[in-house]
Design a protein around this ligand. Structure first.
Ligand code: NAP
Length: 208
């Protein structure tokens, strides 16, 4: 069957999600609204290429937590694209795969942290990435805003592309901080969805 032309935009929310938290969800929701996206597909990285050698939670746990977190939103879904692929989870491979699974003309918008995007020169095939998708950068309070923006502008000049900025409410939540809190027995309530908090407790994650 020949896929039909469509101008729908699909958000692809890439991350390690160790664990997923409310700022990720708020960012995805803001992107849907701001850019009129049809949906956002969350893609947990099985083996984040730049985190080799670091201890990260097994991918199935991270996937399960994303699944629990997105369940209540009709416009959110989770993909196993990177979980079911061996080797490092290169974003370029994921976007090629997703692109082939949607009708031609579907625009992909890759949403992730601005500081991750600033490292794009170290990713696999950056030029191809910019052909496959439009990047949407999520900023986090605490980062030097002007330095991040100048970095993004420099990438735009160099690659001749536009990088969109999602205007989400500022929430100083990070996965690193959540892991630290959980490890020291502090509360992570209201930082992650209730079902994720329960999952972390039940499986004894982040106990150190
Ligand atoms: P990271 O280095 O752990 O994160 C960098 C920053 O971005 C952190 O502040 C992080 O906050 C934030 N962040 C990460 N994902 C986010 C999201 N979806 N929305 C908002 N903020 C987000 O980056 P990462 O999570 O491992 O990687 C981000 C994505 O880039 C992944 O899909 C990864 O596979 C991809 N990537 C690909 C390559 C490659 O193809 N070679 C290389 C590097 C990264 P939190 O820690 O709170 O999430």
């Amino acid at each position: 069957m020949t896929p039909e032309w469509t101008s729908a935009g699909i958000g692809v929310m890439g991350g390690t999600f160790d664990p997923i938290h409310l700022a990720h969800l708020v960012t995805a929701e803001a992107a849907v609204e701001q850019f009129g996206l049809e949906k956002v597909v969350f893609v947990p990285a099985r083996e984040p290429p730049h985190k080799r050698g670091q201890v990260i939670t097994p991918a199935e746990h991270r996937y399960n937590m994303v699944e629990l977190a997105v369940r209540s939103n009709d416009r959110f879904e989770v993909s196993r694209a990177e979980l079911d692929r061996d080797g490092p989870s290169y974003t370029v491979d994921t976007l090629e795969e997703l692109r082939a699974s949607y009708p031609s003309g579907t625009r992909l918008y890759f949403i992730t942290g601005a500081d991750a995007i600033l490292e794009i020169d170290t990713w696999r095939h950056p030029e191809r990435l910019f052909e496959l998708c439009t990047f949407i950068a999520a900023e986090r309070p605490g980062l030097s805003r002007e330095a991040v923006r100048e970095g993004l502008r420099e990438l735009e000049r160099r690659y001749g592309v536009s990088i969109l900025r999602v205007d989400a409410p500022a929430m100083g939540i990070s996965s690193t901080d959540i892991r630290r809190r959980a490890r020291s027995g502090r509360s992570i309530r209201y930082l992650v969805p209730e079902a994720v908090e329960e999952y972390i407790r039940r499986h004894g994650l982040y106990r150190g």
